[in-house]
Design a binder for this molecule. Structure first.
Ligand code: GAL
Length: 411
């Protein structure tokens, strides 16, 4: 980079925006979560060698910390040039509705993206006719991970429903395994909750919760909370101190039998831990969700008033391109958001996810920003903590309905 600059200066050429520009991107993909994003940054560097990229990250799974920092920056008038945000309400219900994002319609037209991204995904990033971010991937949330060799040695099969899971949990406990299911900090428990809900209520039931057709106080939801409570009784006592990666480690090393996590875990197992899908780790749909794909998509948007709009727009172009998506996703564990990606670049796990993406009933993740308003999601963590401590399904569902009312769900 320096060489290019020196050369430009020596030749007396102007340091134009693209020759010596800057770009700040903002996300929570640091450390173990970094390699996929770094591959994109590298590609960007090859295309725009004069631009200095500040790959700003605030670590913490699911963006719990990053989103708070982003909020301060957005409200303080110092937005990053482009930032990670989940497709869905996390984008449209916050920064779009408050008029802080650029409408990317013309970029979608000029890049031909309206034809290459699934319609439903474009709907998730649209608001009143405008499109407001560029999706880089599709992650699946409803995956159960396990260690094939250890399951064999314990003599248990992968449970297909939550009641079956509870039987398997009892069998494993009887063999002396204290925590058949490993969970981590609060958001990973919400992630588990979401999977129990979809598994017990079904895809339509889950959708009905977010459209307001089914109340949280419905006896079915109360029952699903009770199941979640029993599932939590199968988990480790040190959950609150574990990151999602540390929880995944317990699958890799065989100290727990199961973990429910999004398929960034596949990225972690293959890219970071160099495990082979199918032997180093196994996967199945979360109990009761075999025909459903609980989706979320990471995307990047362009805030209004950024310092480096040209560089940020070029970043978005790369992110939405076939080359960009096929560099990022094989490392990330996700599949491309584009429909034309080269599946030979992906491992067997991702190939199976891509097949299911086409054939399953699709629903959106609450924890990862797709289906619920921020007012709901930001308060739900405390509700889960309280539920896990007291296991009072009636109180929890009443509180959840209050939250839903406050967030305007079903209005
Ligand atoms: C999700 C995000 C994934 C992954 C995960 C763990 O919210 O969409 O890409 O980063 O959090 O941090």
């Amino acid at each position: 980079m320096k060489k290019v600059l020196l050369l430009a200066l020596a030749l007396g050429t102007a340091t134009t925006a693209s020759a010596a520009g800057k770009l700040e991107i903002f996300s929570w993909w640091s450390g173990d979560e970094g390699p996929a994003l770094e591959a994109l940054v590298k590609l960007y560097g090859q295309k725009y060698p004069g631009v200095t990229v500040d790959n700003a990250t605030v670590s913490g799974g699911a963006g719990t910390n990053a989103k708070a920092v982003l909020k301060t920056r957005m409200l303080g008038g110092t937005p990053p040039d482009s930032f990670q945000v989940h497709a869905g309400q996390e984008l449209t219900g916050t920064w779009v509705v408050s008029g802080r994002m650029e409408n990317l319609n013309s970029l979608f037209n000029s890049e031909g993206w309206k034809k290459v991204f699934p319609k439903d995904l474009i709907n998730l990033i649209s608001y009143k006719g405008g499109i407001y971010s560029v999706p880089v991937n599709v992650h699946r949330s409803n995956v159960m991970w396990y260690n094939p060799a250890r399951l064999k040695s314990w003599g248990v099969a992968v449970p297909k429903t939550w009641p079956e899971f509870l039987t398997t949990c009892a069998a494993l406990k009887a063999k002396g395994l204290q925590a058949p299911l490993v969970v981590g900090e609060n958001w990973t428990q919400q992630h588990l909750w979401e999977n129990v809900m979809v598994g017990v209520l079904g895809a339509q039931g889950w959708d009905n919760l977010w459209s307001g057709k089914m109340k949280f106080t419905d006896p079915k939801v109360v029952g699903a909370f009770t199941t979640f409570g029993k599932v939590m009784d199968c988990t480790n006592k040190d959950a609150s101190g574990l990151s999602w990666q540390q929880a995944s480690d317990r699958i890799a090393d065989g100290t727990s039998a199961f973990n429910i996590m999004g398929d960034w875990a596949a990225g972690y197992f293959t890219t970071t831990k160099k495990l082979t899908p199918g032997t180093g780790f196994g996967w199945a749909t979360a109990p009761g969700t075999s025909k459903t794909f609980v989706m979320l998509a990471d995307s990047f948007g362009l805030p209004k008033g950024v310092k480096n709009k040209t560089e940020a727009t070029n970043w978005l172009k790369l992110l939405g391109s076939k080359a960009g998506q096929d560099a990022f996703n094989p490392l990330k564990g996700s599949i491309a958001a584009r429909l034309d990606s080269d599946m030979s670049k992906y491992n067997v796990y991702s190939q199976s996810a891509a097949r299911d993406w086409k054939s399953s009933r699709i629903v959106g993740s609450m924890v990862h920003g797709a289906v619920a308003p921020e007012t709901f999601t930001s308060a739900f963590g405390a509700l889960i903590d309280q539920f896990v401590a007291g296991k009072d399904s009636k109180a929890a569902t009443a509180a959840a309905q209050q939250l839903a009312d406050k967030a305007g769900i079903g209005k």
